[in-house]
Each structure stands twice: as structure tokens, then as C-alpha cells.
Write a new protein. Sequence first.
Lengths: 417, 332, 301
Amino acid sequence: MISFRPKFLRGFTRVSVLAAFAALPFLFPPVAPAQSDIPIGVVMPITGREARPGQYQREGIALAMKEINDGGGIYIKSLKKKLKVREVFYDDGSDQARSSSLAERAMTSDNVIAMIGGYSTALGEAESVMPDRYKTPWITPGAAASSIFSRGYQYAFGTLSTIDSLGYTTGQFLGSLVDQGKLKKGLKIALAVEHTDHGVDYVNGIKRWVGEHSGYFTIVFDEQFDLGGTDFSGILQKVKLSHADIFLSDAHLQDYVKMQGQYLQAGMYHQMISYGARGPEADARKALGPGIDYIFAGIWWSPDLGYAQVKKFDTDYTAATGHAPDSWYAATAYEAMRILAQAIEKAGSLDKTAIRDQLRSGELKHSLLPGQTLKFGANGQAAYPFVIVQNKPDGKVDIVFPADVATGQPVAPKPQS
Amino acid sequence: MNAPARPSGAGETGGTVLRILRVAAPLALIAALAVVPLVDFGANSAKVLFLTFLWTTTGVAWNILGGFTGQPSFGFAVFYGLGAYTTALGINGGLSPYLTFPLAAVVAALASLAIGLPTFRLRGPYFAIATIGVSEAVRVIMTNLQFTGGASGYRIVESIPFRQADHYYSGLALVVVAVAVSMLVRRSRFGLALRAIRDDQEAASDSGVNPFTAKLAAHAVAAALTGAAGGVYARYAAFISPDGVFAFQRSVAILLMPIIGGVGTIWGPVVGGGIYGVVEEELTARFPEFHLLLYGALVILIILFEPGGVMGLLARARRLFSRRKDASWQPS
Amino acid sequence: MTFTDYLNLLISALLLAGTYAAMAVGMTVIYGVMKIVNLAHAGFLMLGAYFVYELHERAGIHPLVGVLLAFPAFYFLGMLVHWVLGRGIPVSDEPTLASLLLMFGLWLVIQNIGYLVWGTSDRSILTPMTFATLRFGEITIPKIGLVVFCGALVSLVVLEFVLHKTWFGRSVRALIQNRYACRIVGVHVEHIARMTFGLGIAFAGAAGGLLALLFPFSPDFGRPFLLRSFVIIVLGGLESFSGVFVGALILALVETFSILVIPSSYQPAVSFSLLVVALIFIPGGVAGLVSRVRMRARRAA
């Protein structure tokens, strides 16, 4: 027979007293103020593994917000006045659980009208649960995995084209090099990708192109590695053992830098090297110097695109942040904020579902992005062409594909050092 | 960690009132907590409380093995994660969530047997290190397992719309069960056997306790509760990944709570869980960079100055207070 | 898989073994004498890496000189830490939970200090030789790997010298064997314990500096190496120094050659699994195994 002896509840009384004190703040919930501005949630990693790109994306959003507010804000028809946008920012530290928790917090406690967040597929996938749950529009400028947009979510949008297309475009680019006679036919490809949906999509895109164009390339190695690891010598050894001609990887920025460093230390060589959507980043240049020459990347935007609005963005961004745009990160975030502002204005109110409807049907003209128009597809994901850039010596970067936006000639095969 | 017995003469006049209070107080607290989602305190407050319930459950569970039995595991995340994935697979497979929670507990308990059988031969720090190895190995395996999504994580899709109250009450029920189990274990012969093992395993074995089976049983109970907590979490988050639920940081957090609150006591892990839940939420949002510093410093201070944690501090304060109040009372 | 491929793998494994051995020695020293499982070892590895990095970045000091400087710097740091935390570091013959948790708390604090001072992004130490390779026909040896291996070897030789040829070293070995007997023969246990802790941390710092030459590092740098150090020490035998060499060699060989049979993404699990297997089936490590075999042989004779 077990009875509740008061002795064991002695500690409980102490705990209850503590709990009572701790509960006091909850008894006075914050009073919601009258709508005096438009809170936009921004959850980006500015610490942790994805800190660098997260920082760039935040800068892009901040620049767009500043431009909007300099013009007085967004005109809301239902309130008959212009309201400025206000950033409600949280750093998720590159941690998935935290990212989703902070997104939830922004949508509940902070009552944001919409949210921009989720740099990198992992963080994007975690956050993507929240928009439909709280019926708040959410745009990710940094996550492109198809798994996010194949769930039938109604409030999730993404300004990045699919990774599958990235893989396919990479295949197209390599195929064009064969057609130009720079590469021989029948070369062997080694694929070493991160073991996430991102990597899987990339491989699918490449395999699709290779399958459609037989005789061009054969894939002799196809394996995945652990994201965020320190030591890639294992997979690099295997790539070495496969005796391939072309090395294609898909990795995040830090893994790219580490892996390429170990690649060079192992004295490896391939005719063409790519790390998916990473290549020209300043961090890589700083860490590896000439070690990243001739690496090519398929990216969503380049500062060297010839459009007038791109040149203006380059100037404004450099003035606001003190450094030139580094690869594509800031641009897709900037456009996300701009298309959101456009949708809010078209909706004429701060009703989240109305804004969502406008995002669905709307189109951002004179966009920075390749093709100059940003439009979300039926599943919420944007679709526009990629550009292939290649690192050249002395820190130069050239757009080498497609030909109509190219700023330089591709170099293939990579010169032996 | 019991306060010294007071002579029955002291305070008898208020005794009955006190006794009623002591039974009513826990019920009152539970009632108060149960009312929270109905009053509009804001969805975030309810979420913070909900998460606190879950953390507290894992802390209370860990304490059964680490505190009562003296076998500190540094790898409890493995049960949390297994519970999370069991529930996730179960819900996506069409089971009712309320069925998947006990299922998660069972899976975790079975895993604890598989882990405990080889590792309980080891003592003290060796056991702790082995548990890290096991947890990390499982994490890497889950990261590679394609049918649970691998490193990309696994998404739970529920056909019913999201109602925060459902999750909240699951969490509340779970933590009440956990504390009740903890009290039951402590109060029973089984709890006595565990304490004996903690104090001196050889002597306990000489006194007729089978340390091996006792440890396995404690491990199973602790794992079951932790697995259930993982399951309840998974249903709420709707998206889990190996690097989230099997993370070493998760194992660390689970053991930090009882240590901060008072390892080996019943209410210590509850206090620790409460502190952790609230601090974690605010810290994550406002000062994420001081996380580890705070907990690390707390652990160091606790080990150096008050190994009994917060409960130890309270006991000390109470002794100080009662010594002043009742001059005739002599320490036994 | 040609013969040269195998040879390349073997060379990689050997170079790795040297580094691993240096990394694990610091932990063995502290465990052997004080029976403390130093979880903060990871933190000191990280600090060692940043120490060498900062000297290189700000004062232009060559990383190898930096590693040399790390020895005395971390020796004193170790002694300081031991003095401050002395209360909680019990001097006993059995490892205790309290010391385990204390070191763990220390690790968390060190890690956070690292984040506050240096942020979260990766740093690397780049020198002209970082990407240079030596080629002998089809065999490639990264120069930096060779340098680190030699550095590790030298430090281990120095340790052996200290342990066997100095009075301090003899005291340490005596302390490992029997604490009470030490007092009887006049060894000042507390002082030797403090100096030993300092020595262990010195090796941790220097090893961190060496590892920083091979891998990029961030404040979380120590963790994978911490677990590997456990594996090595357990494999080799928690109280034996020669065991550390053997443990490092076994781990390096298994890790390197395992890629031939398992997919690369499972590689991290190799060290963890080895740890669990070693703890359960070979509790005394290889050194224990060897001594058991020797005893059996002696009995049979």
C-alpha cells in the first residue's frame, strides 16, 4: 500500500512557492498595441554553420526594408495610410529545432504579418511546418528542396528555383563544353553530395540530363557524405579510387571550404570541379586562395548580370553594408521582401490570407533575378533560369553559361598546376 | 536527500492544516496548469509551458537512473529520438497519436534493454562514456536511414487541424505521470534497492539485491518516460531530424535539469525542468550566445558548492530559518 | 584497387595515427594519475588551436613555433585551472561522477568563451605548405600531414623522456600505481597532481595546435576529437602510455580502411561503435589484453 506521505510533499511545497512566483509574468500578458507598423518576421542563422549566408540574406532583406521605409512605407488601403515595415528578427543559430520554434514565436507572440526565413534546406524544412499552422505567409529565400513545396502547403513560398533544375543546368553546361570540343566525350563523373534532400535533388537533375543525352558522360561514383562534418578524407579517398575525370559535389559553404581544402591536400585533380551552388564565395577565396580557381557553380543570381537593376542593387548594397554582394544570397532575400511588399500593397489590408492570395497570383517585374521576372509556381516555388559562374585567377569570377548573359569564356579542362 | 526528521512535538498545532495543504497544493497546481490554455495567455506562453512539461519529464526520468540509482547516462537523447521517430512513423501510418505515445515508450524501453545489457557491466564514468558512444552511433545510423528520411528529417502529416490545447494536455498528463512514477519508485522497495546500489553496489548485492536486473528495470522506466516525451514533442513539432532529436546537446540538456535542480530528489528535476524550460525559451530568443556559459557555470558552481542543486539550497535555507525560529530545536 | 591505392591509404592511416596519439595522451596523463575523465580536454584542444592561430595571425609566428609555445602556456593554464577548481577535483583512486560533471561544466564554459571571443565561423591556419604535397611516383603524401606526424612523434618522445628519466616523471608513475605508498616514500601528492594536470593540459593545447594545421576549427572543435580520444584510451588501456600508441594506430587503421566496405556517411559511426565494443569486450584495452596474455604464458611456463 502506497500512501502519500507528507514527507515527500515537503519539497513540493517549496516548489509550489517557486512556481507561483515564476507564474506571475504569465498572468500579465502583453496588451496588443494598435497597428502602427507592419511587423515582418525574419528568422535567419547569423551564428553557427550557416552564419555567413544567413548574414547576407538578412542584409538583403534589410536593404529592401530600408528602401520601402525611405519611401514612407507600404500604402494600406483599408487603413488609408502608409505604414512602415519593421523587422522582427531572431537568430536560429543554424539549429533546426530552434528555427521552427522561433518561427512559431514570431507568428504567435509577435503577431507578424508575414515571415521571411529559413536559409538552407534543413532550416527551411523545419520552419515550413509553421506557416500553414498559423496561417501566416512565409517566404524562404534560401531553401530550395522540392520536399518543402510538395506537401500541399498553402502559405509557403520560395524564391529559389529547384535544385533539380540546378543539376540539370550543370549537365547542360558540361554538355555544351563537349559540343564546343573543350571536353572529350564519354568522360567519367564522380558525384559526392550531402545526404539531404538538397543533395538528392541535385543528383536527380544531373542523372536526368545524362540519361537524356547518352554518350556524353558516365557516372562512375555516386555517394553521400555527412553534412557538417570535419573530415572528408573518407569520401575523398573513395572519389580518388574511382579514377573519375569530373568531380561534382553538392555542399554547403563551410563543407565546401573544408572539403576543397582536403582535396588540395590530397593532391587530387579533375578536369572540372563543382560544389553545386557554391563556388565564388569570399570566404572560400580567403581560405584557399588560388585553390578555388576554375571551380564552377550553378547559382541563382550573380552580381555580374548585365541588367540595369542589378547594377543599381550592387551599388546600393555595397553602400549599405560596406562590401559587394557575395554570390547570390542577398539578392534572393531582397527580392523576397520586395515581392512581399508588393503583395501587401495589392491586398490593400493586413489580412494574412489576402496577402497570401496576392503572393500566389502576383508577379514581380524588373526583378534582379535571371529572366527579370519573379513569379511563384502553383506549389509556391519560383522557377527561373540558373547561371553558371566560374572562378578565374586573381579573384575574378565570370558568368560562363548561358551564352546570352555570359561575361567570359569557360576554361575546360582545368589547367594542371 | 531528506531533511532530518523533526521531533514530533514541534509545530503540531499547525499540523493538520499543513497536512491538508500538502495534499491540496499539488492538485491546485495541476488545476492551475490545466486552465492555462483556456484562458488566453498567448499561444507562446502555452508553448513554453508545454515544452517545460516535456523537458521536466525527461529530467525526472533521467533522475530515476542517474539520481536514484547513481548511473549517470550521457546518452539519453537516444530514447528521446527513438520515441520521436516511433510516434512520427505511427501517426503517418494512420495510428491515433494517443496510441503512439505508449508505443514510443515501449520502443524506448526495449532499446534500453538492448543498451543496458552490455553497458551496465561498466561502472561510473565508463558507463557514461559508453552511453555517449551508443547515442552518437544511433544518431549516425538514423542520419543514413532512408526510410525515415535520413538527414533531411521526417515530416508528420496529421489529417486533423492543429489544436494547441491537445498537445498541451498531453504534455501536462505526461509530466504528472512522470512525477507520480518517480514518487512511486522512490517510496517503494524497488527505490530502496536502487538507492542501495547507488551507495554501494557490492553491499547491495550482498544484501540480496540483484543489481543488474534492478538497473535494467530503472533504465527501462526512465527510457519509457523519455521516449514518450520524445513522441509528444514529435507530434507538436511536426518535423524531426536526427541532428535535432538525437543530438548530444539534447542528452546534455536532459541531465542538466536534475543536476541543477537537485540530483536524486523527486522535486529537484521538476525545479530544474522549470528553470530550464523558461530560461531556455528566453535565452534562445534574446541571448543565444550565453547558453553554454550559463549552464556550464551553474554545473561548476553546483558541484563545487552545493551538489544538492536548488533543492539542496532550499533545504539549507530552511534549516537556517528553522534554527532561528525554534531555539529549542537541536539538530539530531 | 591497385597496390599504390592501398599504400596511399596506409600512409594516410599512419599519419593520422600519429596525430591521434598526440591528441589522446593529454587525457591519459590526467586519467592515470587523478582518475579524472577530463571532458574539458575538448575545450583545451580548441583553445590550443586558437592559441596557435592567433600567434600566427597577429604576430606572424610560425605555427610549429606556436605549438612549441603552447606547451608552457597551457601547462600554466592547467595548473591554474586545477588550483581554482581544486575543491571539486577529488583526489581518489576511483573515477567519480562529481569530477566528470565538473570537467563537463568546464568544457561548456570554455566552449562558450570561445564563441564569445571568436564567433562561430571556421578558421584555418594557412601556410605555404598547407596544400603542398610530396609525390613519389603515384604515392602522394600531404606535406602538412607529415609535419604534424613528426610534431606528434617528437612530443610523445619528449613525454616518454620526462616520464622515465626525470624525478617528476617517476613521481607521476608512482602516483599512477599507488597513491598511499607515494606519500610514504615522500612524494608530495597534491603538488604532483597539480603539475600532472598541467602536463595533461599542456599536451591537449599542443595537440590542438597540431590539429589546427590539418583541419579548420571553430569553438566546437574539440567534440569529435574528444570521443576519438576516449576510443583510443579505452582501446589502448586507460592507464598505459604505450597503449595510447596502439589505440591510436588501431583507430586510424580501422577508420581509414573502413571506407572500403561501408558508405562514407557511416564513417563517423565507426569510432563510436569501436568505443562501445572496446569498453565492453576489452575493458583493459590492448594493454590489459597483453598483460593478461603474458600472465597466462607465465602461469603456463
